[in-house]
Design a protein around this ligand. Structure first.
Ligand SMILES: *Cc1c(COP(=O)(O)O)cnc(C)c1O
Length: 366
C-alpha cells in the first residue's frame, strides 16, 4: 500500500526530539502566550523574511484576522472587493465573506493551476481593495507583473501561504512577497503542528499590532478591550513543536522536490497531464496534482492497485451549497480542474520503491 500521507511515519523520524520538546513544555507549566510562542514567531519571521509574525489558532483565523485588521485600520470596509483565485480552498473565500468583503473570483490558468495574473487587471473595479493570491499545491502564484498591478492600483497584496512553506520567488519567500500573508500549520501541511495553528506575517507594524489585539479578545492591555476581538491563540505546545520542525523544513521540501523530479521524468502516460514544471525554488510541492479526463476512473484504478490518492478539490467554491448565490455562475477552467485533478502521494517519506510503483501503475492505466 502506498499511503497518501503517513503522518505517523513522518513524525517518527524525529520522534525523540518531539518527545523532548513536549516534555519541556510540560515541565514549564506554561501553555499559552509564553516563550515558546515568542521563540517560534521570531524564528519563523526570520525564515520568511518579514518583520512581524503573529501566532494564531489556525490558517482560517490568520486569513480572517488579516483582512479584519485592514478593516479596523479603515483600509477596507464592508462591500469592498477582494480578487481571489476561483479554484482555491474554501477557507480563503470564507475569510473574505466573513469580513463582509466581496470575493471577485478570477480563473486560474490550465497550465499552472494558479490565478491567471493576466486576468487580474480586468477584474479591478473602484471597489477593489486587495488581491489575495493563493500559492496552491506549493506553487508560487506571484510574478513581478502582479506586484506592479497592485502598486499601480493601490491594492493590498495578500498571500494565502497555507500550502507554500519555504517556497520563494527570486529569493523572496512566499509570505514576504506582498503586504501581509496568512499561513496554516494544519498537520498535513509542509510545516504541520500537532493540531491546528497558524500565523500572519507582515512588515506592517500597525497591522501586526491590530491583529495581535484582535486575536486576543481585542485587547492590548490586560482587561482593556479596544476591539470586539476573538480568542485565536497558538498553544505553547504547538509553537514548540513547530519551532523544532522548522529546522527540517528545507530538507523535507528538498525530498519532495526530488520525488517531483522523478515523477516529471517518468510519468509518460498520454492520458495524464502534468502541470507545467516550474523551478524548484518556486515549488515546494505541497501536493503533486495530475490531471486526467477520466479522473474518477483513474482514482478507482489506483485504489485497486493499492495507491492512495486525494482530490484537491472535488467541488469549486462557487458550486458549494454555502455560496448558493454563485451556483449558476460559470468558471470553465476552474470547473475542468476540479473535474480532472488528482493528487498522488507526495511527501518526504515516500520511498524510491513506492515512487517507482506509483509511476509503473500510472503508466499502465489505459
Ligand atoms: C489548509 C488551508 C487553509 C486553512 O488552514 P487551516 O489551518 O486548516 O484553517 C487555507 N487556505 C488553504 C489554501 C489551505 O490549503
Amino acid at each position: 500500500m502506498v499511503k497518501f500521507l503517513d503522518l505517523k511515519a513522518i513524525t517518527e523520524i524525529h520522534g525523540d526530539e518531539y518527545k523532548e520538546v513536549v516534555n519541556r513544555v510540560i515541565d514549564s507549566g506554561w501553555f499559552l502566550q509564553g516563550n515558546e510562542n515568542k521563540q517560534f514567531e521570531s524564528n519563523y519571521t526570520k525564515y520568511i523574511g518579514t518583520e512581524h509574525c503573529i501566532a494564531v489558532a489556525n490558517g482560517l483565523d490568520a486569513l480572517y484576522l488579516l483582512m479584519r485588521g485592514y478593516k479596523e485600520l479603515g483600509i477596507m470596509k464592508d462591500g469592498d472587493e477582494i480578487i481571489v483565485p476561483a479554484n482555491t480552498y474554501i477557507a480563503t473565500i470564507i475569510a473574505i465573506t466573513r469580513n463582509n468583503l466581496v470575493p471577485v473570483l478570477v480563473e486560474p490558468t490550465w497550465e499552472n493551476l494558479e490565478i491567471d495574473i493576466d486576468k487580474i487587471e480586468e477584474a479591478i473595479t473602484p471597489k477593489t481593495k486587495g488581491v489575495m493570491i493563493v500559492h496552491l499545491y506549493g506553487r508560487v502564484a506571484y510574478n513581478d507583473k502582479l506586484g506592479e498591478i497592485c502598486k499601480k492600483h493601490n491594492l493590498k497584496l495578500m498571500e494565502d501561504c497555507a500550502q507554500s512553506h519555504g517556497c520563494a520567488w527570486k529569493g523572496v519567500k512566499t509570505g514576504a512577497l506582498g503586504d501581509a500573508a496568512a499561513h496554516s500549520f494544519y498537520p498535513g501541511k509542509n510545516l504541520g503542528a500537532f493540531g491546528d495553528a497558524g500565523v500572519v506575517t507582515t512588515n506592517d507594524a500597525q497591522l501586526a499590532e491590530v491583529i495581535r489585539a484582535l486575536a486576543n479578545y481585542g485587547s492590548q492591555k490586560k482587561y482593556v478591550f479596544k476591539y470586539v476581538g476573538m480568542n485565536s491563540r497558538m498553544s505553547e505546545l504547538d509553537a514548540a513543536v513547530l519551532d523544532m520542525k522548522l529546522k527540517y523544513l528545507d530538507e523535507d521540501n528538498k525530498k519532495r522536490q526530488e520525488l517531483a523530479a522523478y515523477y516529471y521524468e517518468h510519468i509518460t502516460n498520454p492520458l495524464i497531464t502534468l502541470p507545467k514544471r516550474i523551478a524548484d525554488e518556486n515549488n515546494v510541492y505541497h501536493q503533486f496534482p495530475i490531471l486526467c479526463e477520466r479522473r474518477d476512473e483513474l482514482q478507482e484504478y489506483l485504489k485497486e492497485n493499492c495507491i492512495q490518492t486525494l482530490i484537491h478539490y472535488p467541488i469549486p467554491p462557487h458550486k458549494q451549497e454555502c455560496y448558493k448565490e454563485w451556483n449558476s455562475r460559470s468558471y470553465p477552467i476552474t470547473e475542468s480542474i476540479h473535474a480532472q485533478e488528482l493528487s498522488i502521494p507526495m511527501n518526504q517519506v515516500i520511498s524510491a520503491a513506492e515512487a517507482e510503483e506509483v509511476v509503473k501503475v500510472l503508466n499502465a492505466f489505459k
